[in-house]
Design a protein around this ligand. Structure first.
Ligand SMILES: C[S@@+](CC[C@H](N)C(=O)[O-])C[C@H]1O[C@@H](n2cnc3c(N)ncnc32)[C@H](O)[C@@H]1O
Ligand SMILES: Nc1nc2[nH]cc(C(=O)O)c2c(=O)[nH]1
Ligand code: SF4
Ligand SMILES: [Mg+2]
Length: 252
């Protein structure tokens, strides 16, 4: 997704109580169990992974943003209409101040996370999107660099302990990005491992297949397959309604 030209420009010094913000906007939640719910999005910059298909290139491959104090983010969020906050990125949970923001706002909070780091915070819905082998930026498909991220990405992308703790402690959904049948075996085996390690029930309706696609054109190629696989395996399908409605526009 292109970087917003209206990303906050006032930067405070990076300190313990600030976050690097790529964009902050109100829209409709596009994905998952709360798709369609008016929400204010806070998108942090910086990620510990490098999915080749990342739709937020300017938070991962080429991170840009301005530091904002948590108090100022809280005010910006409170000044908008929605009573749902979606904290996303980049990977929001790599920043310690994400916990302060989640604890500071007085509304429903969803965190979009790759599930590689556990935090203890005021999270109402942990929207966990574990990264499968189909995300690895091999030299042929990395959008930048010479493939130097592939090994690091593969070593980091699944952390069973962090996933188990997130599922143990929060309402959750598990969202898997699919374009074809190839990741289904990995999804089934990861779910079997997590069902063995968590004390909570992971229902099939907590598992969502999401078509890979940052543009309408790409979704046209993937959504029917994702929907068919959801039916076949008994999982849920989630659209990406923001892409259907607004394609890859920033602040949407
Ligand atoms: C940009 S990520 C930010 C949060 C976190 N880093 C993560 O990956 O969950 C937000 C959501 O977009 C999904 N996503 C990113 N690029 C995508 C693409 N090209 N097609 C479908 N989903 C994508 C991720 O899997 C995740 O569910
Ligand atoms: N409308 C809208 N819904 C979203 N749900 C998750 C998003 C994300 O980028 O994390 C996202 C996004 O970027 N836009
Ligand atoms: S983990 Fe999320 S933000 Fe990071 S590269 Fe993958 S999709 Fe992008
Ligand atoms: Mg997005």
């Amino acid at each position: 997704m292109p970087v917003s030209d209206t990303a906050p420009e006032r930067a405070s010094e990076p300190d313990d109580d600030a976050l690097p913000i790529n964009e902050l906007f109100a829209s409709l939640q596009g994905e998952g169990k709360l798709a369609g719910v008016p929400s204010t999005f806070v998108r942090t910059s910086g990620c510990n992974l490098r999915c080749w298909y990342c739709d937020s290139y300017h938070t991962s491959w080429e991170p840009t943003g301005a530091w904002m104090a948590v108090g100022e983010i809280r005010e910006q969020v409170a000044s908008r209409d929605p009573d749902h906050l979606v904290l996303t990125g980049g990977e929001p949970l790599i920043h310690d101040a994400a916990v302060d923001l989640l604890d500071a706002v007085e509304m429903h909070t969803t965190v979009e996370t790759n599930g590689t780091r556990y935090v203890d915070a005021d999270i109402d819905l942990a929207s966990i999107s574990p990264k499968l082998a189909n995300s690895t930026p091999t030299p042929e498909r990395a959008p930048a660099g010479d493939g130097e991220w592939a090994d690091r990405h593969d070593e980091r992308r699944i952390d069973h302990d962090a996933l188990t703790r997130l599922i143990d402690d929060y309402e959750f959904q598990l969202k898997f990005v699919v374009a074809d049948e190839s990741p289904m075996g990995e999804i089934e085996s990861l779910l079997a491992d997590l069902r063995a390690s968590t004390s909570r029930e992971i229902r099939d309706t907590d598992v969502l297949l999401m078509p890979e696609g940052a543009t309408r054109e790409r979704l046209d190629e993937t959504r029917a397959t994702a929907a068919r696989l959801a039916e076949e395996y008994g999982y849920r399908y989630t659209p990406r309604i923001h892409v259907d409605l607004w394609n890859d526009a920033p602040e949407r």
